[in-house]
Design a protein around this ligand. Structure first.
Ligand code: ATR
Length: 280
């Protein structure tokens, strides 16, 4: 049996096992996808233990908070997008070693362009946050050729570092890319992506509502209760709110395609998962 899992801490509420089991069912693939709670200081050991599992052959795993940087350090081969993000959410165990990739950005881009039906090309986009979540998506967002991207963060220095690392990619795609402090964001935007952890801390949306153009798409990378504050704020100010459930399913689809060579029907699985989440 080919084994996969999601590793994180916490991990008990992860929807990934359900999503991948459904992908396998719909594509006729045989695999087992579990979840593993990893001690905070025990990431490398947990990967080694998974690979030694006698129940089957470990083929790969998804990595969630707070181990995406540990996963990038552990991988012997990094995809270009994972190297730019310096974070890995997909590990594949190959003959020549451990490969690390990052499918979060592609997941977000697919959700915005396919499911929300909003084009990145020519848009003005605001990315809130400059931590691991923001780093994982900035590269693929730039590749969609928006006209202008502002990365705004509470700690300006982190936004500047992230922007500098992406300067060449922005230039290649003719994107004006700048870093700003949250309270000094100039202008307004077609798309606002919340990659801060402020809602987890129960905080207010950390930016003025004037950043939203009327009818703007406002995406929180989280879903469930953690996304409610941002989504209500967006709706109250004339924007179209969207949670991170579509991104979650799309990043999983990208990982599944990488591992199995088959693209699963993400739209169908997203609709099914949305119905389950709405009921709970
Ligand atoms: P993640 O992997 O989820 O991105 P992280 O790397 O700890 O986690 O980054 C958290 C992000 O949320 C950062 O951009 C952080 O801002 P700082 O760089 O200034 O710390 C942002 N953040 C967390 N709490 C916030 C708050 N209350 N208001 C605004 N931004 C906040």
């Amino acid at each position: 049996m080919d084994l996969y899992c999601v590793m994180g801490n916490p991990v008990e509420h992860s929807r990934s096992p359900w999503i991948h089991a459904r992908f396998a069912e719909l594509t006729g693939q045989t695999l087992d996808y579990g979840r593993r709670l990893v001690p905070i200081d025990g990431f490398d050991e947990a990967v080694a233990a998974f690979r030694a599992d006698p129940a089957g052959t470990a083929r790969g795993c998804n990595i969630t908070v707070p181990f995406k940087f540990d996963a990038a350090a552990l991988a012997q081969h990094l995809s270009p997008r994972a190297a730019l993000a310096r974070a890995v959410n997909v590990l594949s165990f190959e003959e020549d070693g451990i490969h690390g990739d990052n499918s979060d950005g592609a997941g977000l881009v697919n959700d915005i362009t396919v499911h929300a039906g909003v084009s990145l090309a020519g848009s003005e986009l605001l990315l809130l946050g400059a931590g691991g979540a923001a780093a994982g998506v900035l590269g693929p967002l730039l590749e969609g050729s928006p006209r202008r991207v502002v990365v705004a963060n509470r700690t300006l220095a982190k936004a500047i570092t992230l922007v500098q690392r992406h300067a060449a990619l922005a230039l290649a795609h003719h994107v004006t890319l700048e870093a700003q402090e949250l309270h000094a964001v100039p202008g307004n935007f077609d798309i606002v992506v919340n990659a801060t952890a402020s809602s987890l801390a129960g905080g207010e949306v950390p930016v003025a509502a004037s950043v939203l153009k009327r009818g703007a798409l406002a995406v929180d990378m989280m879903y469930g209760p953690a996304a409610v504050g941002f989504m209500n704020w967006a709706r109250d100010h004339g924007a179209v709110p969207r949670d991170g459930l579509g991104m979650l399913v799309e990043q999983a689809a990208e990982a599944f395609a990488l591992w199995r060579g088959v693209r699963p029907p993400a739209a169908q699985v997203l609709a099914e998962l949305r119905a389950i989440v709405d009921r709970t």
